[in-house]
Design a protein around this ligand. Sequence first.
Ligand SMILES: Nc1ncnc2c1ncn2[C@@H]1O[C@H](COP(=O)(O)OP(=O)(O)OP(=O)(O)O)[C@@H](O)[C@H]1O
Length: 396
Amino acid sequence: MRLRGVGRRYGLRGPWVLRGVDLELPPGSLTRVEGTNGSGKSTLLRLLAGIDAPSTGSITGRLRTAYVPERFPAELPFSARGYLTHLGRIHGLGRAAAERGAGEWLERFGAAEHADTPLAELSKGTSQKVAVAQALLGAPGLLVLDEAWTGLDQAARTVLDAAVAERVADGGAVVFVDHDTRRLSGAADAVFRVADARLTPCDAELRPAAPASAAPSAPSAQSERRPGAAENRPPVAGPREHVPHAPRTAPTGDAGPRVAVVAEGPADADLPPDLPGAPHREPGPPGCADGQMTRRTASPGSPGEVPGREPTKPVDIASVGAAPHGDGHPRAGEAAGRAPLAGGSARRTVRLSVGAAHSDALLRALLTARPPWHIRSVAEVPHTRSGAPTTRPEVS
Ligand SMILES: Nc1ncnc2c1ncn2[C@@H]1O[C@H](COP(=O)(O)OP(=O)(O)OP(=O)(O)O)[C@@H](O)[C@H]1O
């Protein structure tokens, strides 16, 4: 998708909010947009999402797009499940697939108990989960997120982080705005700032030879993309690498809330080294020991695949970012030549616990490893009265 000389102003004589925007969004790219309040970020995202039209310039190569607006219209006359099913149909899913997808995404975001609650009665946080779920339902070619993490609890933010990484890994383009500058830090291929109605690559000022704006005369915005971020992504295809084990012992001084992560990877690859937060590798329950090889023959999240108890409500993000299965769409990991996760390939499951502050980074590291690890579930680890985390396996 490409923007050429795009400008937007409200009203015939209104000031230009955006001008001369030249931007390319390649498949499998993550783009961050920054800027001060009122600078025009949401305006740009609405243009990208196709819900607003440029006053001047062109947008070509439009993709099937999903958009999480800054403000979700909660007064719509639907239940959460009804709304998601409706949106799933709009995204092109059949009725059964849309209903199934609606239920799965509500489950993953920890909002299943509110499935039949009218949108108008949902809390702000649950409402935001619905807003995000509707965008992820149909595995869009372009995902536009305007402060989509705002209002989500930690577990849901982690699910969304993972969904973004999966969407990009599956060849989608994702553009996001978030007030937290650490959001997906290091993962973006390109970062732009909106200021004075111009869209400017953030590191342009560090390169005096480069034009300082993304105006039509500037080189393609693609040329400003950060090479390092793409290298951190799951490969679309390629040889497997052997990497050493992550630390097996808990770090000292890791008191405080912890998050349990169950990750599934290829049987012949080990965990990436130096995982953020020095996660503690937990033993699995009898019959599913850490490192045991599994062969996936059931749908993600099916009972028995990773047996064990659930001390807290887990957020199952096994196929996060993928279209609901059974609808003819690929599942996460099946697109663009990546090895399918279902269908009998040898897999193994590891259980990690990490300080909550590091959970986002850990998830990112696993999802962007080579080869990528699939996140089966994320859950808060319950604490004992002394405040220490329990040592039993967290989730299944
Ligand atoms: N529908 C509209 N009609 C008239 N002016 C608008 C409209 N939408 C946005 N604007 C104006 O365009 C400018 C940019 O607004 P926009 O919402 O895109 O900024 P933003 O960077 O997303 O701001 P924030 O960070 O506060 O959300 C602002 O001056 C705003 O008042």
